[in-house]
Write a protein that binds this ligand. Sequence first.
Ligand code: XUL
Ligand code: CO
Length: 440
Amino acid sequence: MGYFETISQVKFEGSESSNQFAFKYYNPEEMINGKTMEEFLRFAVSYWHTFTADGTDPFGQPTMLRPYNKFTGMDLAKARVEASFEFFEKMDVPFFCFHDVDVAPEGDTLRETNKNMDEIVAMIKEYLKTSKTKLLWNTANMFSNPRWVHGAATSPNADVFAYAAAKVKKGLEVGKELGSENYVFWGGREGYDTLLNTNMKLELDNLARFFHMALDYSKEIGFDAQFLIEPKPKEPTKHQYDFDVATGLSFLQTYGLKDHFKFNIEANHAILAGHTFEHELHVARTHGMLGSVDANQGDTLLGWDTDEFPTDLYSTTLAMYEILKNEGLGTGGLNFDAKVRRGSFDYEDLFHAHIAGMDSFAIGTKVAKKLLEDKVLEDFIADRYSSYTAGIGLEIVEGKTDFRKLEDYALGLGEIQNKSGRQEYLKGILNKYILKAIAE
Ligand code: XUL
Ligand code: CO
């Protein structure tokens, strides 16, 4: 007997299939740049949205009562583990991700919390022995409990800093025990609400101290996972320190941490920072810092993190364009940090959501691959900057000129001729490639 009884194995059946529970475009065995689609995309299920969340919102009670919700406490936690591996297997998904509190309930004391965690970790470890699904990353939830009210590593209270250190220490041990490929830091409460009560410099120095200690400890225990910072500008805190990739990069550089971290980029966080998803991926990639992705989508009509499943093919195409240019995500993957809408309360909706997300990224991958093969944008961009490949432009990029020589050159110029940027033409081409990929 299972928890998702009505669903059998989800398989690739092709775009003509009318089976609600089949992949139409995501064929795990299809080859992409020398790897199977499964190996290249490295999809992950988010434990918190898929198994822990219940549809509660600030205005309403749970709508999603899963079959395991008849249990409570540790029994519930164990039932969720059973259900999760049934889900992973039926979805044929290679990875999952969790926060500590998603998998094991907090006890009255830290000791008790750790004990609960150990029990669940032992159970997960048993499943991992036979399951093909592995742990992409784990993290510590340092934002829900009231103790984190003023932050964790950036709290004005040193006791809270110490407690946060204990949580991450445990998280690193758990990551090692379960063979996690990455460890994520998302600082939802690492920020401030008003400068009237904030010592920003001390908070940032402390955050850096915290990261250095985390690195030292992971080295000490031989946990060689990739550390990832997940930027987000706001929500729940008004101003979060890991605002976006550029801000995170400057922080890592300032504190000598750059070589040890990469970024976990979330689409909806990019939107909240006033960027596109592809902007954040691009900035990370061009600095060699693209580590992993929280694959979701936001709603431009709403100013908060709606964490929707990704179905926008323009967005998945432009994201996969960056990921292909990055030659994949290394130890990272595409984690669905996404939740079904509160009105989608059946467990079948969880399957529909993941199928739609995986198919959307598969289409995006195919389109992006073709765009790159045909060098559509690359040739256009190369031509747009061709003035830097000869003459005065080449002298500029080769550092062979200066302001005096440039003034001489400028004085000799006639009327300057610019070329059109051709945005609309390029968007039309993008449409053509998307439609072609879907038709194939
Ligand atoms: C919150 C968010 C987190 C992180 C992990 O917006 O994205 O779930 O991914 O803590
Ligand atoms: Co996220």
